[in-house]
Design a protein around this ligand. Structure first.
Ligand SMILES: NC(=O)c1ccc[n+]([C@@H]2O[C@H](COP(=O)([O-])OP(=O)(O)OC[C@H]3O[C@@H](n4cnc5c(N)ncnc54)[C@H](O)[C@@H]3O)[C@@H](O)[C@H]2O)c1
Length: 315
């Protein structure tokens, strides 16, 4: 049995579905602050706060859990700068609470959702796993602290640093439902749908077309990596830290073009100022996940990623 914290959220719900499809029994633990009960697709759901150690421990014991996948977190960069205490509490203290509950229930295997935000602005790209941690946001700092809590604990852990999660399940059953939405692809799709204008945050970066370049990784590929990660731990193998990216970057203008092609709508854009702290280009060196887990992203064509996101976009 696997426990998925944050399994009612965007990435956690896709992972829960992929884990079940791979034959695992799954129970989701989520406070539904950002998630949706219908996204667990009928799997058992315990509604609870990650800070409630007692409830977590009881859930781990009641369901005889063998391993945990920890997605539950606050994950908006902007909000983290306005409400740092909330981020330290839910993210770092929540991870402490989970580790304590796991120790109490005798569960020693963990797959953890970290982020490329722990690297901040790297000296060079692509970023590898040993790129120094220089997070720019409170969000990135708390994620680095969560990694530290896990490293200092007794659990065997697979730590995944995701780049930009994107797309939706190919059958459009699950998708991205963040509120407020801050990610480029859904923002561009919503603007195309609503006839609104998309603001491009700076077009004078030292990149081929002047707009920021990011590594978009399909959420179904992320889900598959989690299946491989937890199976590695369940087989008794050691933990690891691995980037999850495609290894290729797309610029904002390339995303805009893909959205126009997929939607068939004339997405209007305007250029605004740069966002403070936005690095010109971020993309992963992702070989470790392949060599250690046999995982390779399947959906690397940005057109396919945007198509899946478009089909799953809700009003
Ligand atoms: N979306 C990305 O591009 C991205 C990139 C890198 C890392 N991540 C990480 O992946 C994980 C999932 O991200 P997501 O985009 O699916 O976010 P999300 O907000 O959709 O999912 C997070 C889930 O955690 C739950 N949650 C929040 N606080 C909780 C609490 N106190 N107790 C219990 N549950 C709580 C929410 O209800 C939600 O269902 C996060 O840890 C995030 O930091 C996401």
């Amino acid at each position: 049995m696997l426990l998925v914290t944050g399994g009612a959220g965007y990435i956690g719900s896709h992972a829960t579905r992929a884990l079940a499809a791979a034959g695992h029994d799954v129970v989701v633990y989520d406070d539904l602050s950002e998630g949706f009960s219908d996204a667990v697709l009928g799997k058992p759901l315990v509604v609870g706060d990650i800070l409630d150690t007692e409830k977590l421990q009881k859930t781990l014991k009641d369901h005889a859990v063998d391993a945990v996948l920890h997605f539950a977190a606050r994950c908006y960069v902007g909000e983290s700068m306005q409400k740092p205490d909330l981020y330290w509490r839910v993210n770092r203290d929540g991870t402490r609470s989970l580790l304590k509950a796991m120790a109490g229930a005798g569960v020693g295997k963990l797959v953890f959702s970290s982020t490329c935000a722990v690297y901040g602005v790297p000296d060079s790209v692509p970023m590898h796993e040993d790129t120094p941690h220089r997070p720019l946001s409170v969000y990135g700092e708390t994620k680095a602290a969560m990694e530290g809590e896990i490293a200092d604990s007794d659990v065997e852990a697979v730590v995944f640093r995701y780049f930009n999660a994107a797309g939706a399940s190919s059958d459009a059953v699950l998708g991205e439902r963040h509120d407020p939405e801050t990610h480029l692809i859904p923002l561009a799709l919503m603007a195309a749908r609503d006839g609104a204008t998309l603001t491009i945050n700076g077009d004078d970066y030292p990149t081929p077309d002047g707009t920021c370049v990011r590594d978009y990784i399909h959420v179904m590929d992320l889900a598959d990596a989690h299946v491989a990660g937890v199976q590695r731990l369940l087989a008794g193998n050691s933990g690891l830290t691995a980037n999850l990216g495609s290894g290729r970057g797309y610029s904002v203008l390339e995303i805009v073009e893909a959205v126009r092609r997929v939607t068939g709508r004339p997405l209007a854009t305007q250029v605004g100022p740069r966002r403070p702290g936005d690095p010109p280009a971020l993309y992963a060196r992702a070989e470790r996940a392949e060599s250690e887990l046999g995982w390779r992203p399947q959906f690397t064509d940005i057109q396919v990623i945007v198509e899946h996101a478009w089909r799953a976009l809700r009003d």
